[in-house]
Each structure stands twice: as C-alpha cells, then as structure tokens.
Design a protein around this ligand. Structure first.
Ligand code: DAH
Length: 355
C-alpha cells in the first residue's frame, strides 16, 4: 500500500479509537467515507488512470475502504453499547434501597366499616348516609321518642342554637337511626340499607367519646319476621368475628322505635377477653321489628310492610375484634398507634379471603 494511504488508514483507526461518543464517531465516518473524503476523491480519480494501473490501484483502494468501513462499524457497536450502559446506570432503580413501609394506613374504624359493608353488601344491602347535623324530629320525634321521653335526656344531646322553618331544633345526631326516617321518606319499599356514620353525645371517658360511629341497618319488605332479623344478625356477627360457631343471644329489651325490641349479646370469656368461648355474654347490638308508628310517621303502611332495624357501635366492634382497650386512642392521631393498629391500604376487604 502506498505510504499516503497507509497514513490515512492509521490516522482513521487512531481517531476511531479515540472517539468517545457517537457524535465524534459520525464526524470520522463522514470524513472517511463522505463525498469529499480523501478516499472518495482517490476512487473518483481512478478513471484518469491508465487501464493496467487502474485495476491494481482500484483493488487497493477498495480493500482499504472495506477495512475502514468495518472498523467504523465495529466502533459504532462499541460506542452504542457504552451509551446504553451509561443510560441504564443513570436510570437504574436501586433495589437495595429500603421501600418506605408506611405510606399511609387504613384507620381501624374505617377498616371495620369496610368489613361491615362487605358482609352486608354480600346480602344485597345498599350503603346510605344522612346528615350529621339533623333535627330533633328526625333524631327523636319520628322515631317515636316524644318530647318528654327520658331517652331525649339519656342521649346527652348536643343541641344547636338554630331551628328549621317548621320549628324543629337542630342538633348533632345522637344515633344513625335518623337515617331510617330519611330513607323511608325518600324510597319506596322494599328497602335494604346500612348506614355507617358519625354520631355525637356529650360523654367522654375510656369507653365513650363525644364523637363516635354507629352503623344502622334496616330491611323493609313484605312478611318480615323476627326470624329474618335473627338470621341476618347471626350471619353478620359470625362473619365479622370470623367465628362460625360464635354464640349469639337475643335478649328482650326496649327501644321506642321497635316492637318487640332486643339487645344482642355474643358469648365471650370476661377474664381472658376471648370471644366465642367462656360463659359470659357481651352486649353488642340493639335491634327489633320497627314500630308500626315509625313506619306510619313516614307514610309506609304497616299493614302492608314489615321491617326490622338494628344499630351497632363501630368502636365497640373494632375494640373487641382487635383487642383495643381505650376508645380514646382511636382519635388521638398517634402515628405509632396508627401504624400498629392500621391496615395496609392496598389490602382491601374481600369476603372470599375471610374477614
Ligand atoms: N339507635 C340505638 C342506639 O343508639 C341503637 C338501635 C337499637 C338501633 C335498636 C336500631 C334498633 O335500629 O332497632 O342506642
């Protein structure tokens, strides 16, 4: 090979070797193989050579060109790989970094509400709610609790200073039973609802809070009997506590809005706190067949429709299920407590997994 061509070759190979990125590689490619490149010029000039020389020189130039093309391609592959590796390492996820475990948890009261919804949802109940600020008519009168009834005082009601245009006193609802009335006025039977929500009473100690939660339930249909109420609540309690043989007792009681009325107890061991075992009973729910006067107050004919209703305290259910002893801890927003008793939010409640 002539000296000049040998120099071109060495220079190009050296430049390629030093090219650190695809941009400088491309500049070398153009300078070596482009239209005005030395080699291209030399190939063009071949036509001016005499035939015998042309063949030999042409072969020489082409061999050189092929060598350079191959060197250029090889360098390109190397540079592409370097660039890819750089990109990957810049974007790489460091899987050795600890994943933040607590991105937020579901509060145990919310969890209980979700569980209640899942269980009653499977029994075809719809979830509804009513306003927290209600009136004495919805909270008491329509529920057959007349003006002089002691229950009005028992509830330690937070009365508000305003009245409706009909003269009904505003208050913070003391029970979710208000929702029975609102739904009866609003919907035609048959009806099957639960109404979890906040309730308020002026009371504060280890087992009472001025704001707490209840869940109301109501079924209005034809030929409703105590048997339906019992079956429904036994199923609920056994599913909620995940104890298929949990003893459930129905004890006669009194509520102004039900007739007959009952309180429902579950079996437990007072000493150990264990549910389902032992010979003690723990009150957990209020229920009954809805009083004909309540149905009539809402324009539902009690001769045609029967109904049962129940109310349950959500704090109580939660404390029993998860062994929480002081009700006030639910509202203290203590992060350590929430992380201990809270639930990973991505684990939603599913009946088929067992509650
Ligand atoms: N509202 C009652 C309470 O707060 C609980 C209750 C009892 C609700 C009987 C009902 C029921 O629907 O039928 O103590």
């Amino acid at each position: 090979m002539d000296k000049e061509l040998e120099q071109i070759k060495q220079k190009t190979l050296q430049d390629l070797d030093q090219a650190q990125d695809l941009k400088s590689w491309d500049a070398i490619r153009v300078a070596t193989l482009g239209k005005s490149a030395f080699l291209t010029q030399k190939l063009k000039e071949l036509g001016t050579f005499p035939a015998e020389l042309r063949k030999e020189r042409g072969a020489l130039l082409n061999r050189l060109r092929n060598e350079l093309v191959q060197a250029i391609d090889t360098r390109k592959a190397v540079l592409e790989e370097i660039e890819l590796n750089e990109k990957l390492s810049a974007e790489a996820l460091d899987i050795t970094l600890p994943v933040p475990v607590y991105t937020g948890v579901t509060h145990p009261l919310r969890r209980t509400i979700e569980e209640i919804i899942a269980i009653f949802g499977a029994m075809n109940f719809k979830v509804v709610d009513g306003p927290n600020r209600d009136t004495d008519w919805f909270n008491f009168s329509a529920l057959n609790i007349d003006e002089h009834h002691p229950a009005r005082a028992d509830h330690d009601t937070f009365y508000l200073p305003t009245r409706t245009s009909e003269g009904h006193q505003h208050l913070l609802r003391t029970q979710t039973s208000t929702v029975q009335i609102r739904i009866l006025l609003d919907q035609k039977p048959p009806i099957r609802i639960i109404a979890p929500g906040r309730t308020y009473r002026a009371d504060h100690d280890a087992t009472h809070s001025p704001m707490f939660h209840q869940c109301e339930g109501m079924v209005v249909d034809k030929h409703i009997t105590l048997g339906h109420l019992k079956g429904c609540l036994i199923d609920f309690l056994r599913a909620f506590f995940a104890l298929p043989t949990l003893p459930v007792r129905f004890r006669s009681s009194y509520f102004p809005f039900t007739e007959p009325s009952m309180e429902i107890d579950i079996g437990w061991n007072r000493k150990t706190g264990e549910l389902g075992g032992g010979s003690d009973w723990l009150e957990i729910l209020g229920a009954g067949l809805m009083h004909s006067r309540v149905l009539a107050n809402c324009g539902v004919n009690p001769q045609e429709w029967q109904a049962f209703a129940f109310g349950v305290g959500i704090e109580r259910l939660t404390m029993l299920k998860y062994g929480i002893s002081d009700l006030r801890s639910f509202y203290e927003s203590d992060l350590r407590w929430l992380r201990y008793y809270g639930f990973q939010s991505f684990r939603s409640v599913a009946l088929h997994e067992g509650i």
